[in-house]
Design a binder for this molecule. Sequence first.
Ligand code: ADQ
Length: 489
Amino acid sequence: CEKQEARPLRQRLLVVANRLPVSAVRRGEHSWSLEMSAGGLVSALLGVKEFEAKWIGWAGVNVPDEIGQKALTKSLAEKRCIPVFLDEEIVHQYYNGYCNNILWPLFHYLGLPQEDRLATTRSFQSQFAAYKKANQMFADVVNEHYEEGDVVWCHDYHLMFLPKCLKEYNSKMKVGWFLHTPFPSSEIHRTLPSRSELLRSVLAADLVGFHTYDYARHFVSACTRILGLEGTPEGVEDQGMLTRVAAFPIGIDSDRFIRALEAPPVQEHIKELKERFAGRKVMLGVDRLDMIKGIPQKILAFEKFLEENPIWRDKVVLLQIAVPTRTDVPEYQKLTSQVHEIVGRINGRFGTLTAVPIHHLDRSLDFHGLCALYAVTDVALVTSLRDGMNLVSYEYVACQDAKKGVLILSEFAGAAQSLGAGAILVNPWNITEVANSIGQALNMSSEEREKRHKHNFAHVTTHTAQEWAETFVSELNDTVVEAQLRTRQ
Ligand code: ADQ
């Protein structure tokens, strides 16, 4: 009888991110309800067929009791998720403090917070200590679940200390690290008190990835200028050890958006929106309510456009959907009030008894609602002051194959490097330039719109999230194998 060959087990991929892709809500003392998010990273990893992915991260809830932790761990295991339990104090110092108050603004060129820069180095130090402690807790969980041959993929600025912790546990572990935000110029990074320690920790990874070639170049410059190491075309070399550094631009699951447009609830929403805004051009902004997204600048540019183009005043409307984030941070509360104040003033100035020029919603939209808006609007305005990539611009393009709307895109979003040829690129700080680009978009001929859309649609549908994840993971695998061969020679 023929001997059946055993099917090789798929290699395991441990994806480590600050947050697990699930929302956990406590239902009873020992029971939880879990909802898997359909975010980009989740669908990207579903596409990596040759690996079996498991997630490791914080579930976003404080579970102080051991019985509760056991119950949640058991429920999460069904979703292939492994929790890291962080207490409230650590979350406050590590997540709200060091991650969101220090690294996030710094990496987006907004500088270090004033109070930390001036006097309270103690608060900076305690936040950095909490950051390292939290990263060590992530490392402990990874190490506990790691099996020989696994590939470990660490994500984002929350976990810059993790590669070093993991390699200390096991120098043979294959570790990759990917940054979703920009990596700033080395002159910005060098202002960070813990600049060297963070760079050295990231360099412990085998492969370090960024959205764009510029971010990768900034990282290599920071390593050469701050640490005095050698930059090579492959990455950074330290005492004969190479850390590969490269650009891996993320994409979206474009098929998911294109398919959704045919779904009856989306068609229904589209019909309603068309009726609601009949006779007017509709412009769209979809952002997290974050200072990096340039929402006040966008609205002020729209005001300038209305001011200078009275003919358009009752013919165009801006829908700005801004999902609130980090609502307990004072800067974000200030931003919300500022946006409300500007919107109120402009609507008071240009509104009529029957219509207002800006509809601003402080909330998240469900997937179908979002697809419908992407499909019916004439122009999308993405005016981030800095943005690692910006997936909203990709999602808009994916949903516009019928209408061929115009994308106005900040030159400071990573997406400008991939969608720049089809979009109108703007400097979001230049209100006049953005106002003029609104006029250009609204008046653009259908031939020109078609030409621009075609370019961007081809990019968005070929450079997908699945392809991004597959490329990163297989390159990480190859990098480690090559390094092992080199060492043996
Ligand atoms: P974000 O800063 O969150 O991501 P972005 O890339 O635009 O920015 O992704 C936002 C996601 O949230 C999109 O999928 C969008 O559909 C959704 N979203 C935003 N506002 C919404 C709303 N009001 N309702 C419903 N959904 C909404 C970080 C980096 C980016 C980088 C990504 C991926 O800051 O630069 O592109 O990670 O690496």
